[in-house]
Design a protein around this ligand. Sequence first.
Ligand SMILES: Nc1nc2c(c(=O)[nH]1)N[C@H]1C(S)=C(S)[C@@H](COP(=O)(O)OP(=O)(O)OC[C@H]3O[C@@H](n4cnc5c(N)ncnc54)[C@H](O)[C@@H]3O)O[C@H]1N2
Ligand code: MOO
Ligand SMILES: [Mg+2]
Length: 408
Amino acid sequence: MNPVGKPGKQGALMPVEQALARLLAMAEAAPIVERERLPLAATEGRVLAEALVSSLDLPPWPNSAMDGYALRVEDWKGEPLPVSQRIFAGQSPEPLQPGTCARIFTGAPVPAGADCVEMQENTQVQDDQRVRFTEPLKVGQNIRPQGQETTIGEQVLAAGTRLGPIEQGLAASLGCAELEVLRRVRVAVLSTGDELVEPGRPLGPGQIYNSNRVLLCSWLKRLGSEVLDAGILPDDLPATRQRLAELGDVDLILSTGGVSVGEADFLGIALREAGELALWKLAIKPGKPLTFGHFRGVPVIGLPGNPASTLVTFALLARPYLLRRQGVQQVQPLSFQVPAGFVWPRPGNRREYLRGRLENGRAIIYRNQSSGVLRSAAWAEGLVEVLEGRTLEEGDVVNFIPLSEVLD
Ligand SMILES: Nc1nc2c(c(=O)[nH]1)N[C@H]1C(S)=C(S)[C@@H](COP(=O)(O)OP(=O)(O)OC[C@H]3O[C@@H](n4cnc5c(N)ncnc54)[C@H](O)[C@@H]3O)O[C@H]1N2
Ligand code: MOO
Ligand SMILES: [Mg+2]
């Protein structure tokens, strides 16, 4: 190692699975435990702090799945039945009088004594309002039994479930006006690079606009994190140490850039110096120099600065880490296999995540896969995974990870 603490010649690359496993273990060792109670409507994107247990049977009583007539099957002997009551949703019916049927509408409670609902399309109503059933009847038909969805005391959502519209709807169906959720993960976002300028300002010579900052801040918000935008950090070791030290009151410092081996890459050095550098050099492309460590006890993930590297490593490594800090189990994006619509003649020593999309059921890839080209990801619908050492002919099967799986 040279005097400024650069790693020497590249050693073995760490496989993606191993890096992920280590990140997840570190996340589990520092779980977010503080909770807050929120009105149901404010829980979107949050994580359940405790299991949601049903305090009622759902449905609370047997109800009709159809507009039609409720009866006891036994009572239908071919003679038309008189209608003894009309039951709408929201009403509480009388027990069914034997030898009669009840007019009933979808969602209305089935009266005691009835064991079947027939849809009105399979009936004939006579002039005297008595009802004839034209099709065979079955006990239980068109009745949604009490507790069919859940019964009192049953767990319907586990602690660590991420709450979205569906879970919120389910909680509402159980009558929950508030939910106990974990506090948000507080993440400081730091962009490193002397060349960076915020959009809206003129570009000087050698400068580029900072795209990673807004990309990560927006993405983190979608994931339910609380974002502390720590702005741009110059490429300077003392400034890096100082800024990292200032950002103490967060759960994670998430930075971009400054993690490779260049003479202006100080993030890794600052962590190494602090003796808390945990990961270095992954078998992933783009994203090889992803760095994980701690600075004075605060976890730091240093994403490589190239925008497509930032995107891929955030999606596949930082996102799962953040979710697992809150006990979320399902942190891996769902993916599916598709035939490749392209050839990949040269095997790589890193697992590649190509920006691609589906065309006629095949994965095709953006023409320029440089890690500096973010446009590739805007064009893409997903990441096409090409394993280490693999070449591809057209039609060979590849794994496709939809971007929609990782964006929130
Ligand atoms: N000799 C070697 N050089 C490099 C290696 C290597 O193994 N040996 N790895 C390359 C790989 S792979 C990557 S990825 C990059 C990672 O570099 P850093 O994470 O240190 O990032 P920087 O050098 O600071 O920046 C890289 C690139 O990205 C641009 N950038 C940075 N931040 C932003 C931002 N917020 N918005 C837009 N663009 C940004 C920056 O200008 C650079 O062009 O290292 C390779 N080098
Ligand atoms: O691993 Mo780097 O992200 O290819 O440019
Ligand atoms: Mg660099």
